[in-house]
Write a protein that binds this ligand. Sequence first.
Ligand code: GDP
Length: 139
Amino acid sequence: MTGNRTFTMIKPDAVENGHIGAIMEKITAAGFKIVAMKYTQLSVRDAQAFYAVHSERPFFGELVTFMTRGPIVAAILEKSNAVEDFRALIGATNPEEAAEGTIRKLYATSIGENAVHGSDSDENAAIEGAFHFAGREVY
Ligand code: GDP
């Protein structure tokens, strides 16, 4: 059985480019309910911890610099089959490979600066949601 929650961030590039409203519209129009949301900025320590799984990758330093350079929107979203459906909505990591109409196709500029995050498993959705939100911030 698949879970009904996923975690997302609107990344600094999309915030800088003024796409928060358009991206949230795509997300809610696709049937996701917002159960937690905040506008915040990651510290270097936050970003290193959040992306710890990528710490040995050559782009890790670039990823941390990017993710900390400005504010983000973090949210927990609810929908049946949330993780898989949200990954379909955002599209491939590299916007050049993302399907037409997906959020990354529309708003991402490169494989690194790709507008949005979406959890890749139910387990990670729970871990990532708990990283950003206390229980009392989830509705
Ligand atoms: P995702 O699950 O689609 O977000 O992709 P990954 O888990 O593979 O990578 C996490 C994040 O690291 C991506 O969303 C990008 O922001 C960044 N990233 C992945 N590959 C690259 C790369 O080759 N170069 C850079 N600069 N960033 C990357």
